[in-house]
Design a protein around this ligand. Structure first.
Ligand code: ADP
Ligand code: MG
Length: 379
């Protein structure tokens, strides 16, 4: 369904109650909207601060009926929400992004095939439905075997040096549909988060530079420290991708930089961890942009007003020598240009995203140094 502009204090719907949903609730509240969150977890970060928390599964018919009847526009923070859920809701209310776009983003084979068909640069890959699809030893190896669905933060991935290892990894993944990607000699990883509205207007945030630790995003630096050509090229490719996908909503696009070549890695049909710096360093942040898009309001300015370095805080920061120790928050707060964001999760687990902080300023090197000091002081 399409509609004209939805004004505050309308009720909006969010599928998923994680930290991305929580920031959406915060942005919506600031703008005068109310939010209903659907998430099966009683203690979900977004559910705890929503106006209404429907504590039910993403395909619960009664919960979806309530959402369709009470929410004037709905979005998602979680790409693994069943595409059918979005399609069902879209019959009776405004839903962005579309079920079709989410179905592509949640399946690595469909995603990579879409990139290729859209003429976007992508590294060598082979869809793997059965063992016989795994290529013979040769130029595809070393490679990464990734399950097509439900992988995130490096989960559901195996690095393989030969066909024999690929076969073993495919067995480990219970022969689920996979994609085999040639291992690329990455020089850098960058990303672009953008918002595209129903009229095709696009507001893209600056290209950010990302580093990962154990497959999980660790630090994002904005603007990225690479050539202006690469940064501009990433902006253009992200916009082209969103347009070809006929995408409406906030989209995260991850890229690999290999030499002077830029390759699309994957997309997220929602705000992205690498866009968290926008909360403190841009005129409009990625979550406000999500509210603006789904309500049909004009897009806000994505202008970066400060250099920014965002550092993820994982559950690991609590866990030392077998004991649980609270990080030294006062040391972080002692940095006047540091903005702390904790997500209200109760249980710090290894690899679990508990919060992040962003250091802002007008001297990129000083910002990076302060972020490094603040992170080392946490424990
Ligand atoms: P997800 O973020 O969903 O876990 P990605 O496909 O983005 O999955 O992979 C996670 C990280 O693993 C990437 O950010 C990159 O650092 C590394 N990686 C993934 N695929 C490749 C590849 N083909 N070559 C080199 N590094 C890769
Ligand atoms: Mg990724």
């Amino acid at each position: 369904m399409t509609s004209s502009v939805i004004q505050p204090p309308a009720m909006l719907g969010m599928l998923g109650g994680g930290q991305l949903g929580r920031f959406f609730v915060i942005a919506a509240h600031e703008m005068g909207y109310k939010v209903t969150v659907l998430d099966p977890d009683q203690n979900s970060p977004a559910g705890m601060i929503a106006d209404v928390h429907l504590c039910a599964a993403y395909d619960d018919a009664a919960a979806l009926k309530t959402m369709a009847e009470t929410c004037q526009a709905i979005s998602t923070e979680f790409e693994n929400v069943p595409a059918e859920t979005l399609a069902t809701l879209a019959k009776s209310t405004v839903v962005h992004p579309s079920a079709d776009a989410v179905a592509i983003a949640q399946h690595r084979v469909k995603e990579k095939t879409f990139f290729k068909e859209a003429g976007l640069p992508v590294g060598p890959f082979v869809p793997v439905m059965t063992e016989s699809d795994l290529p013979a030893d040769g130029e595809m190896y070393p490679a990464v075997l990734k399950v097509a669905r439900f992988g995130y933060d490096g989960k559901g991935q195996a690095r393989v040096a030969s066909r024999e290892q690929a076969v073993a990894a495919f067995q480990d993944f219970k022969q689920e549909v996979c994609v085999l990607e040639k291992m690329l000699p990455l020089d850098l990883e960058v990303s672009v988060v953008l918002a595209r509205d129903a009229h095709g207007h696009i507001a893209a945030f600056p290209t950010a530079e990302n580093s990962h630790l154990n497959g999980i995003l660790d630090v994002s630096i904005a603007p990225a420290r690479c050539s202006e050509v690469i940064k501009a090229n990433a902006q253009e490719l992200a916009k082209k991708l969103a347009t070809k996908l006929n995408y409406v909503g906030v989209l995260g696009v991850e890229f690999f930089v290999v030499g002077n070549q830029l390759l699309v890695n994957e997309i997220a049909p929602r705000p992205h961890n690498s866009g968290h710096y926008t909360i403190d360093a841009c005129v409009t942040n990625q979550f406000e942009q999500q509210v603006r898009v789904i309500t049909g309001q004009a897009l806000g300015s994505p202008r970066l007003h400060s250099d920014a370095v965002m550092v993820n805080i994982l559950g690991d920061s609590w866990l030392y020598s077998g004991k649980q120790v609270e990080p030294a928050w006062d040391k972080a707060f002692a940095h006047g240009n540091l903005k702390m964001h904790l997500y209200g999760k109760h249980e710090p687990r290894k690899g679990r995203k508990m919060g992040h902080f962003t250091v802002i300023g007008d001297d990129a090197q000083a910002v990076l140094n302060a972020a490094k000091v603040a992170r080392s002081e946490l424990h």
